[in-house]
Design a protein around this ligand. Structure first.
Ligand code: MRU
Length: 363
């Protein structure tokens, strides 16, 4: 059982998702886990952009944090004191980073924060803006950790009245690896486990990138939280035999009406959960809500390289002459979502009204 304490790299005993040390961003290479624990060192915005695109780092909040550091690295590379040239250079790098992955809104949210720093004080000289950009990147990472802790605390309260231990099904990886640490959906699981309330976690393997089988399982194993892995098509079976009390997943972008984009396969899970009357929860920071977007129809869905479907861990299983498709996300309609667990509290339907309230109170 995990102890539920927030520490240096919460949720992972030996490694960190992102490490900022001596002006280098080190990212645990999530393509290699759980077989190898190796870090990729990024010394430029270019290398961070490549790491995001290639899924060295993935998961909505982690992508945002990495992009913030990407801008900080660009700032550090700039030579000279010309403010206009500096702003052009930073904006060019922000454009580069924003072109890496289209669905997770946290990427654009973090880059917007960095952009605001660039224009916040017209009287600052380049060297001072550089320091502020680095501080902002660090702050985004630090805040993410605190937010995740709160998500865990808010989420566990939902289960206060549960009489026995809870059987949870999760999809993809919404854990420490998808964030600065501790996770979102996994934050709730970690906080429940700290109170001895988790009976078992069913981990969807999450084809094609296998975030469930390789990453979520790896995190749960480290924390000694009981789990087993299933292939994605087994979820309905386990629901039908009463092995799932609740579904807990993360999100990449939530529209103002509560529709939520998450890893491909989440939509089917939500439909199954509704059929079997199993509560279906999304756990995500408020930064995942894209208030400008009215419904899930407006969320851009990333289509990734078909090679990811054609191959499993580098081995070709579908020959070139057979057609494949690879949408990386789908949208779960708000009506299938029991509640959205955030750092500000648990949001219940009607989402348009209740999400709106949170944003109004923030103005
Ligand atoms: O393609 P990925 O691995 O970046 O997709 C990640 C997910 O879909 C996660 O569930 C989501 O980002 C939430 S992570 C806290």
């Amino acid at each position: 059982m995990g102890n539920g304490n927030i520490s240096r790299c919460p949720g992972m005993s030996r490694v960190c998702t992102l490490l900022w040390k001596k002006s280098v961003l080190k990212l645990i290479d999530q393509r290699k886990l759980p077989f190898k624990e190796v870090y990729v060192s990024c010394k430029s915005a270019d290398s961070v952009a490549k790491a995001i695109k290639d899924m060295v780092v993935r998961g909505a909040p982690a992508i945002g944090v990495a992009a913030g550091y990407g801008v900080a690295l660009a700032a550090l590379k700039f030579r000279g004191e010309d403010k206009e040239k500096f702003a052009d250079y930073i904006n060019e790098n922000i454009r580069l980073l924003s072109g890496t992955r289209p669905t997770a809104v946290n990427l654009f949210w973090a880059l917007d924060r960095m952009k605001k720093i660039l224009t916040s004080d017209k009287n600052l000289e380049v060297s001072k803006i550089k320091i502020k950009l680095i501080e902002e990147a660090e702050e985004i990472g630090k805040q993410d950790l605190e937010i995740n802790w709160k998500i865990g605390q808010n989420g566990k309260k939902i289960f206060d009245k549960a009489t026995g231990k809870i059987k949870i099904l999760t999809h993809c990886n919404a854990g420490a690896l998808a964030t600065s640490g501790y996770g979102t959906a996994l934050a709730v699981i970690r906080s429940l486990d700290a109170e001895g309330k988790v009976a078992n976690v069913i981990v969807d393997e999450t084809r094609p990138f296998l975030q469930g089988a390789r990453l979520t399982a790896w995190e749960l194993h480290q924390e000694e939280i009981p789990f087993f892995i299933i292939s994605d098509n087994m979820a309905g079976y386990f629901m039908s035999i009463g092995e799932v009390d609740t579904v807990l997943v993360g999100a990449d972008r939530i529209a103002s009406n509560g529709d939520a984009a998450n890893k491909i396969g989440t939509l089917s899970l939500s439909i199954l959960a509704r059929y079997y009357r199993i509560p279906f929860y999304i756990a995500a920071p408020i930064s995942t809500v894209d208030i400008k977007i009215e419904s899930g129809d407006n969320i851009p869905i990333e289509y990734r390289d078909k090679k990811e479907v054609r191959e499993v861990l580098g081995k070709i299983i579908i020959p070139e002459y057979m057609a494949v498709e690879n949408p990386a996300f789908d949208v779960t309609p708000a009506e299938n979502i029991t509640a959205i667990i955030t750092e500000e509290g648990v949001i219940y339907p009607p989402y348009k009204k209740n999400i709106g309230k949170i944003f109004k109170s923030k103005r």
